[in-house]
Design a protein around this ligand. Structure first.
Ligand SMILES: Nc1ncnc2c1ncn2[C@@H]1O[C@H](COP(=O)(O)OP(=O)(O)OP(=O)(O)O)[C@@H](O)[C@H]1O
Ligand SMILES: Nc1nc2c(ncn2[C@@H]2O[C@H](COP(=O)(O)O)[C@@H](O)[C@H]2O)c(=O)[nH]1
Length: 218
């Protein structure tokens, strides 16, 4: 149970929201996402499809659906993706069906996607359910240190991700919330606070009118 959980009897049904975390590569969104998901059963990760090969330790269906370029093209042609983009030379996309199922069930969905995908979600009918969070590193030197100590990518891949960092960061103004991930614990507290407040928005609390009517005996 998180500090924000309340008894189900006092929780009217609500619309699920689409909670996006974006950042330059290495700022920490995967780390923060995993920690958020661990303690919050009301939010589900949108597992992306990608043509990038798996890193050591990554597993099919948990981290990504690893697909061939041909299969990815098929998913695009079949309208199976809610959004997609080419990032660092590979293709990434959000499978549409699991997101729609979760949102209809009133569950929140967490997206670890870049600014291109976030812009595309902003163009969908569900844009009013979008909450966009951008995570900044404390500085570029620390960003490079994190990519290096993560030790999942060769030096040329790290160099190309660092070369793109400025461009990625230039999109910070397109987001609703900006966090600096200096201390991961503190950043996670901030993410949980945003999620909690967004869940309480009147427009998302579908059963509120009925709840108040019952309370007032109307
Ligand atoms: N606040 C922090 N302080 C120090 N190290 C951190 C912090 N947050 C994350 N890290 C470390 O930085 C590295 C990169 O983090 P992570 O893989 O979560 O980044 P990312 O934004 O998801 O990157 P990518 O976009 O490439 O997937 C990891 O080794 C992680 O443990
Ligand atoms: N637009 C999308 N971007 C995505 C998706 N899944 C991941 N990403 C972003 O790609 C980069 C690189 O990820 P990595 O795992 O190779 O380090 C990162 O910024 C992710 O947020 C997606 O479905 N759509």
């Amino acid at each position: 149970m998180t500090e924000f959980t309340r008894p189900a009897a006092h929780t009217p049904p609500r619309r699920g929201l689409m909670f996006v975390l974006s950042s330059p590569s290495g700022a920490g969104k995967t780390t923060l996402s995993r920690r958020l998901l661990k303690n919050d059963p009301a939010i589900t990760l949108s597992v992306s499809a990608t043509t990038r090969p798996p890193r050591k330790g990554e597993t099919e269906g948990d981290d990504y659906y690893f697909v061939s370029p041909e299969r990815f093209a098929e998913m695009v042609a079949g309208d199976e993706l809610l959004e997609w983009a080419t990032v660092f030379g590979n293709r990434y996309g959000t499978p549409r069906a699991p997101v729609e199922v979760a949102l209809h069930a009133g569950r929140d969905v967490l997206f670890d996607i870049d600014w291109q995908g976030t812009q595309q979600l902003q163009q969908t009918d569900a844009a009013s359910d979008l909450v966009r969070v951008f995570i900044l590193p404390p500085d570029l030197k620390e960003l490079e240190r994190r990519l290096t100590t993560r030790a999942t990518d060769p030096a040329d891949v790290i160099a190309s991700r660092m070369a793109r960092a400025r461009d990625e960061i230039s999109h910070w103004g397109e987001y609703d919330y900006i966090l600096i991930n200096d201390d991961a614990d503190a950043c996670l507290v901030e993410i949980r606070a945003i999620l909690h407040a967004e869940r309480l928005r009147r427009k998302r609390q579908l059963g509120l009118a009925a709840f108040v009517r019952t309370m007032l005996g109307d």
